[in-house]
Design a protein around this ligand. Structure first.
Ligand code: BGC
Length: 622
């Protein structure tokens, strides 16, 4: 044993010596990789030929910005990419704060011998939504209800501009998961459970982010990252690897036919649309984590589909639950993971990668392939080139983007019931009573991944409009609007013509939203009942990240609108309520009747064979 260890140590020492010699032999004059006129392939090959093992390994590390102990670690470990995980904002969360923060990291990366710029990633899944002044669009499920790829593309263009201004060059979007079970806490992050719709809107998002209208058409503007490859949305209840979650990070049944017919098409469409990075899911496929599935990552995606970008693992995805970290690193790299969202232990990762390579567990060729893919994306983004830095700066907040977000809200709303054609209402109506926990709560309507990972409650977002404020602004000066969250209005002789109950879920992200019974909270049911006592007709607006189980309650409601997680422009709800805009939204996924019906297949078959409450595609449209 001691002999083996000594031997390994000697191998490490000798290879370290030759690695140093290689560095000293670098040519330095007018390198090809800095010449914008050269092809990306030639620039990648040239840069790779100049890099030491340490410089290459650093490119494979994606590090959470809050875990950087000292900014100098960026150059010390030659780090290739940083991210702002959902909670990691600059100390001062303004445009200038982001600009300064990212510029300081980029400055440190540029100090290295080869000056390779960083990828800087964020989850812009419904706008650059961790920055308070950015435009917060509806979450993807609402966009699925619009079925409007031009709109989705325009939103991605707007998001790309806002990311660009702050220095973020990489977005972990679009989400191409196919949720089949509304008990999952990530349903709203996806466009639809239908692979065709998810593919269509996913491609629109990629095109919008990457080929932003202002960009040179050959160059990518913001790097998109379709996620999560592969099979997310069909994990079984109570299969999660996490101790506290139920479905998220769970097990997807390994079924080759299902994989190809259902899950693969959106990702294939993303590859064809030019995606140059893709995120590997935290799920288990069969009995092995997705990050270790060589057949799916390398053989299928890279070799068969021709994906020429890089694969990034999800948050702590390789090492979560790992007993021998170095071994899991070896397995993941050899399976096809090119960049590790560590997100913390970069020093250890670099050490493990070096050992694994020197001891022959990870080949030079595999490292070159991984780093070549990452560099390809960096060149495609124009990160090495001066002109990227000279794009005109625009302002945030941006009123055009806000108008786009408002349009998206009204197009995303699905009218599910409209007894006696009560809707649209007249803006000249004499009186309306408004109740419900989501009526005047921007945090609820924006949902999670807004300012913080788990979102927020209340009306602290600057420039945002709650649904109540939108209603107030849409009616005549004579109309009386009364508001009481629980609907506790005094009983009067004459009932008010209309009550609007805006009810909904509290924000949640990922497994925090896994719940056995997605239902309307008791306080909101009380608010609806209270309105029914004092109003002739009651309209219910549900603000939620998924369909809720309402079979019993809906019977007594006069009208029902699914408003999803609509973002910061609450006025878009009033636009359809009062007929300024038509109802055009349709359900992006089936609306189940009961928990026994879950999961529901994309073909619309419920688990117990009974018909759903509303099928996908349903919506009373004008
Ligand atoms: C999520 C990813 C996200 C990543 C970075 C993970 O927890 O699963 O979707 O992109 O965090 O914030």
């Amino acid at each position: 044993m001691i002999g083996i260890l000594l031997g390994a140590f000697l191998v490490l020492l000798i290879s370290e010596f030759f690695a140093d010699l290689r560095v000293m032999n670098q040519p330095s004059q007018n390198p090809i990789y800095l010449d914008e006129k050269q092809s990306i392939e030639d620039r990648v090959a040239d840069l790779l030929s100049r890099m030491t093992l340490e410089e290459k390994i650093g490119q494979m590390a994606l590090v959470e910005k809050n875990s950087i102990e000292e900014v100098a670690d960026i150059s010390k470990y030659y780090l290739g990419a940083l991210l702002s995980g959902s909670g990691a904002k600059p100390d001062i969360n303004t445009v200038a704060g982001w600009q300064e923060m990212i510029a300081s990291y980029q400055g440190e990366a540029r100090k290295t011998r080869l000056g390779i710029p960083l990828l800087y990633g964020a989850d812009a899944i419904h706008g650059h939504s961790h920055l308070p002044t950015a435009t917060v669009f509806p979450h993807a499920l609402g966009l699925g209800a619009t079925n409007n790829s031009e709109l989705v593309k325009a939103i991605a263009v707007a998001t790309a501009e806002e990311l660009f201004i702050t220095g973020v060059n990489w977005s972990f979007s679009p989400n191409l998961d196919l949720p089949q079970d509304i008990r999952w806490g990530r349903v709203y992050e996806a466009f639809s459970d239908d692979p065709t719709l998810a593919a269509k809107l996913g491609v629109a998002h990629i095109e919008g982010l990457q080929n932003n209208v202002k960009s040179d058409d050959k160059e990518i503007f913001i790097l998109a990252t379709p996620k999560h490859y592969l099979g997310l949305g069909n994990m079984g209840w109570d299969t999660s690897l996490s101790d506290t979650y139920k479905i998220d990070q769970g097990v997807t049944p390994a079924d080759e036919a299902l994989l190809r017919s259902r899950y693969l098409p959106p990702f294939k469409a993303a590859v064809d649309a030019g995606a140059l990075s893709m995120m590997v899911g935290l799920n288990v496929w069969g009995d092995e984590k997705m990050v270790f599935q060589k057949e799916l990552l390398t053989d299928l995606l890279k070799d068969e589909l021709g994906f020429k970008g890089f694969l990034v693992s999800d948050w702590y995805g390789v090492h979560h639950g790992s007993r021998i970290k170095i071994w899991d690193t070896v397995k993941a790299v050899n399976a096809g993971v090119d960049m590790f969202m560590l997100p913390f232990d970069y020093e250890q990762f670099v050490r493990h990668m070096k050992w694994a390579n020197r001891l022959g567990f990870i080949s030079d060729e595999r490292i070159d392939d991984a780093v070549g893919r990452i560099l390809y994306a960096k060149f495609a983004l124009g990160l090495f080139d001066q002109h990227r830095e000279s794009w005109a700066q625009t302002e945030i907040p941006n009123s055009e983007h806000q108008a786009l977000a408002r349009q998206a809200v009204s197009e995303s709303i699905v009218l599910l019931k409209n007894k006696d054609d009560i809707l649209p209402l007249s803006p000249n109506i004499s009186r309306i009573k408004v109740a419900g926990s989501a009526a005047h709560n921007v945090g609820k309507q924006t949902g999670a991944w807004t300012i913080d990972w788990q979102g927020f409650q209340g009306n602290s977002l600057p420039g945002a409009t709650s649904i109540l404020e939108g209603i107030r602004a849409s009616v005549s000066d004579e109309t009386v609007i009364e508001y009481e969250p629980l609907g506790n209005f005094p009983i009067e002789k004459r009932k008010t013509p209309v009550g609007i109950a805006v009810v909904g879920e509290n924000p949640y992200a990922e497994g925090f939203g896994d719940t056995e019974f997605p239902i309307i909270y008791q306080e909101d049911l009380v608010a609806i009942q209270n309105l029914q006592l004092t109003c002739d007709k009651v309209i219910v607006v549900i603000v939620s990240g998924r369909p809720l189980l309402i079979e019993r309650e809906i019977k007594s409601w006069d009208a029902l609108l699914a408003a999803w997680l609509l973002g910061a422009e609450g006025a878009g709800v009033a636009d359809v309520l009062f007929g300024y805009k038509p109802f055009t939204g349709t359900l992006p996924l089936p609306w189940p009747r009961s928990a026994e019906q879950l999961p529901i297949s994309p073909e619309g078959e419920s688990a117990d064979g009974t018909p759903v409450l509303f099928p996908r595609g349903f919506g009373l449209v004008d």
